[in-house]
Write a protein that binds this ligand. Structure first.
Ligand code: AMP
Ligand code: MG
Length: 544
């Protein structure tokens, strides 16, 4: 029995049927979708969070299916289990069973579902309650927001972002538009590759094991020719590199190794190599080729083109709207007056968004709440259709800092408005259903740090990509004066030296510093209240 198992954090579309290899053999297809109910123990819920212990969970599911197959013979089984936060109404598990007879298909399906609960290490981590009634206009699928006075640590802020952001629904997209997007389905080969035995040399195809003293050339095949014929002992066919072989069980003698006279030829140097790329040598129908979560680079696109997958399901283009605040800001091509500064945050965000397939709109807002409100009222449809709203500046609590107020005016609920981090403490995260918003502090270094530490995690989750994680490295030089009651995300240069990941902390004094921005490709986590870190100390860092 062919078994496919997949555990995925992504949205599952109902699937049906199997690769064409079973056409005409199967008499029964049992398809089952387990959907998250909007209720748990009598309480209304927005979502369930599932966790899996991989790869044990996959192995266990495979084992259960194989053992059921001993009693109920089936041809194929596919199980896709979603993990992470699954909104009510979404599919948590999809099972497809293919059998010759319906009894076996039903028995396998029901036996599998019963044993799944008991034996497989996949469990419900928690149920996410519906948000309070006042907020019910927002999307029911997102987890509840509990505004609190507590200032979250870096880890808590990351956890809050992770729990509120899940991947957008996949869209089927033409290959020409799919570059850089995340594949949100596992793609299977629909046919063997190569589809027939093909020659890897210019030469002569003969039957395997044919040791005739002389061969008669009975045909000529170029790369585009398809002329099936059963070769006989003593017969040869002239072939080119890439030619589809006329029948099975042939091998190719390189033209350099034969002596040809008219229609006959002799093999000069007997050689045992086949010089044939066999049908299915690279992949066979039904085999997974690319898994969900793969970023589609040029190589992956060419693979999809080869197998004829021309509309893969991928992450949609993100709609990102960026508002810039600060009346003191002038465009970089202007000479600032003494009280003005050049806006560097807009181009920073544009640069950071470049690797993401996204539509980015940027606009300035007046630094006056009432005037800013009139601008956003005018733009309401555009704002409400953005997946991500970013506001740079005004994230703190000064008289003119209205980011939080403006986000709430736009229907966002504040998840947190500050993080216990430096630089970048005034950092706001808000949600409105599936839409999210960030208020980034205007100081360029704070803006840089909060982007790389937090915003990128949300963007990766929205697009189904792999969020950045903290890794372990070694400090290349001392870090004196590191102590702070806030965790520090220290800008650093990460490089490999003598096979070790080394982190050189860069110099910065204030969150307005800009000189380290060009060199920094990592942030080192410096725990709270630490006196100093010496060169050689192990540190956690994230790189970009
Ligand atoms: P804010 O977050 O609005 O309180 O701004 C904090 C500091 O960052 C102020 O000194 C601002 O002038 C500066 N700042 C704000 N926005 C930008 C920007 N787009 N580019 C450079 N500096 C900025
Ligand atoms: Mg400002």
């Amino acid at each position: 029995m062919k078994i496919e198992i997949q555990i995925t954090p992504h949205h599952i579309e109902p699937t049906h049927g199997f690769a064409s290899e079973f056409t005409g053999v199967a008499g029964a297809i049992a398809d089952f979708s387990g959907v998250v109910r909007g209720e748990e123990n009598g309480e209304a819920i927005a979502a369930l969070e599932y966790e899996a212990f991989s790869p044990m969970a996959e192995n266990e599911m495979r084992r259960i299916l194989a053992s059921l197959a001993e009693s109920f013979p089936c041809l194929a089984a596919r199980v896709i289990h979603r993990v992470g936060i699954i909104p009510a109404g979404d599919i948590a598990i999809q099972v497809n069973i293919l059998a010759r007879h319906r009894d076996a298909a039903f028995a396998t399906l029901s036996g599998f579902m019963n044993r799944l609960k008991q034996d497989v290490p996949i469990w419900k981590r928690r149920a996410l309650p519906l948000r309070p009634p006042a907020a019910q206009h927002a999307d029911k699928s997102a987890p509840a927001v509990r505004p609190h006075k507590h200032i979250p640590s870096v880890d808590e802020a990351l956890e809050a972002i992770r729990s509120h952001v899940s991947s957008l629904h996949p869209v089927a997209t033409q290959l020409e538009q799919a570059g850089g997007r995340i594949l949100l389905e596992t793609v299977y080969a629909q046919e063997d590759l190569p589809t027939t035995d093909r020659s890897t040399r210019d030469g002569f195809a003969i039957l395997q094991g044919d040791s005739s003293p002389v061969f008669r050339v009975v045909d000529t095949l170029y790369a585009a020719d398809w002329k099936p014929r059963q070769l006989k002992t003593g017969e040869a066919v002239r072939v080119a590199t890439g030619s589809a072989m006329p029948c099975e069980n042939l091998r190719v003698v390189m033209q350099e190794d034969v002596e040809r006279g008219g229609d006959s030829l002799k093999i000069l140097s007997p050689d045992s190599s086949d010089n044939v790329r066999r049908r299915g040598a690279e992949m066979s129908a039904g085999q997974p080729i690319l898994t969900a979560g793969t970023r589609l680079n040029a190589g992956a696109l060419s693979l999809l083109a080869t197998i004829g997958c021309t509309r893969p399901k991928v992450s949609p283009r993100l709609k990102v709207l960026h508002f810039l605040t600060g009346d003191e800001l002038v465009s970089p091509d202007q000479k600032p007056m003494p009280a003005q500064i050049r806006d560097s945050n807009s181009i920073f965000i544009r640069g950071c968004m470049q690797p993401f397939p996204a539509e980015l709109r940027q606009q300035r807002l007046p630094e006056d709440f009432e005037r800013a409100k009139t601008v956003v009222i005018d733009q309401r449809p555009g704002i409400d259709s953005a997946d991500v709203l970013l506001i740079s500046g005004g994230a703190s609590v000064g008289d003119k800092d209205f980011t939080r107020k403006l986000l709430e005016f736009l229907g966002f609920q504040t998840v947190f408005q500050r993080v216990n981090v430096r630089p970048g403490a005034p950092f706001i995260f808000g949600v409105a259903g599936r839409r999210i918003a960030f208020g980034l502090p205007g100081n360029p270094l704070s803006h840089f740090v909060t982007w790389h530490a937090f915003v990128t995690v949300a963007l990766a989750r929205l697009t189904g990509g792999t969020p950045p994680v903290f890794s372990r490295g070694t400090l290349a030089s001392d870090l004196p004066d590191a102590g702070s009651p806030r965790e520090t995300l220290w800008p650093a240069r990460c490089q490999i030296s003598e096979g070790k990941l080394e982190l050189t902390p860069l110099r910065w004094n204030s969150s307005g510093d800009v000189t380290c921005l060009a060199d920094a490709n990592a942030l080192i986590r410096v725990p709270v209240n630490i006196a100093e870190l010496k060169a050689g100390a192990p540190v956690e860092f994230t790189s970009f």
